[in-house]
Design a protein around this ligand. Structure first.
Ligand code: SAM
Ligand code: DTB
Ligand code: SF4
Length: 317
């Protein structure tokens, strides 16, 4: 079924899908979802912020930027032993992937990066998929992460190229694409997606998905985050997003990258069970599990188990 998978997406082609009657859009997304995935299985990934706060970048959504007063305490890089202990607990709680995030603009070679490489080795040794999100990477740094056993690298495009400069000014869209290329060239799976609810238009969402759809190969995982509005950030008072627009974004992501794991990422605490259910119907097949994302709260493992049981779905083991 290679015709399902192509890399010539344009904004207009994505918009044609995004604006379909919802029933048609969901039918198309579901058709592809079940062709490439078990439609009842949801993966759980657990996040850990290994280096929190004090980030020099100005991402308007982010509580970890040093430019905004958000009450996030700046912390040094965590100890290797604490990280592996947290990963082990996440595995015991059912997560099959562990993602470590650092509030860095980019990776610098030196003792901190060396420690991260050891953490990657330790988590890989637990038999979990291991992901990191550390900011921009050079080709050589990507190769070192690969040698340490990294499964995937998360680096989001966040939004469309047109809307991007109203959200981030301290690095360019091209910088992001360059990092994704370094990751791909090192043979690491790319995890890349974006955020909805930033004040972007439907066209911006479709343009971002078209960018992701032009990556060859497509991202292995595609996180769709709903903005978590954090007091002190420029987007603290962004207007509510209609959850149906999130559902449309998830469905369009599933159609653009049929083989990707589409991850219903940040923002689930502000969604009803019914809205989350529609996202699963639309092709989301992965969530972040555990009470914290990087710095902000997330539904408890118990709540997620109840939701999945209520829907008759099951978690990956
Ligand atoms: N500093 C690295 C970077 O920006 O690439 C890695 C960590 S950064 C926190 C990872 C991603 O988290 C961002 O690209 C963004 O998509 C997402 N994110 C950050 N704050 C968020 C928020 N308040 N709501 C939703 N997603 C958010
Ligand atoms: C992604 O797309 N979402 C995650 C993960 N990749 C690193 C991060 C969400 C962060 C939400 C805000 C916070 O907890 O600080
Ligand atoms: Fe820094 Fe990443 Fe937050 Fe941007 S999203 S401010 S780069 S931690």
């Amino acid at each position: 079924m290679t015709a399902d998978i192509h890399h010539d997406w344009t904004t207009e082609r994505v918009e044609e899908r995004y604006h379909l009657p919802l029933t048609e859009l969901l039918y198309q997304a579901q058709t592809l979802h079940r062709r490439y995935h078990d439609p009842v299985a949801i993966q759980r990934c657990t996040l850990l912020s290994i280096k929190t706060g004090g980030c020099p970048e100005d991402c308007a959504y982010c509580p970890q930027s040093a430019r905004y007063e958000t009450g996030i305490e700046r912390e040094n890089l965590l100890d290797r032993s604490d990280v592996v202990a947290t990963a082990r607990r996440a595995r015991e709680a059912g997560a099959t992937r562990f993602c470590m995030g650092a509030a860095w603009r980019e990776v610098h070679d030196g003792p901190s990066f060396d420690s991260v490489l050891q953490m990657v080795e330790d988590v890989a040794a637990l038999g979990m998929e291991v992901c990191t999100t550390l900011g921009m990477l050079t080709a050589e740094q990507a190769r070192r992460l690969k040698s340490a056993g990294l499964t995937a690298y998360n680096h989001n495009l966040d939004t469309s190229p047109e809307f991007y400069p109203s959200i981030i000014t301290t690095r360019t869209y091209q910088d992001r694409l360059d990092t994704l290329r370094h990751v791909q060239e090192a043979g690491i799976a790319v995890c890349s997606g974006g955020i909805v609810g930033l004040g972007e238009s439907a066209r911006d969402r479709c343009a971002m998905l078209a960018e992701l759809g032009r990556l060859d190969p497509h991202p292995e995982s595609l996180p769709v985050n709903l903005l978590v509005r954090v007091a002190g950030t420029p987007l603290a008072d962004a207007p509510d997003l209609d959850p149906i627009d999130l559902v449309r974004t998830v469905a369009a992501a599933r159609i653009v990258a049929p083989k990707a794991r589409v991850r219903l990422s940040a923002g689930r605490l502000s969604l009803s069970a019914e809205a989350q259910a529609l996202c699963f119907v639309a092709g989301a097949n992965s969530i972040f599990s555990g009470e914290k994302l990087l710095t902000s709260p997330n539904p408890s493992v118990d709540e997620d188990e109840q939701l999945v049981a209520r829907l008759g779905l099951r978690f990956w083991t």
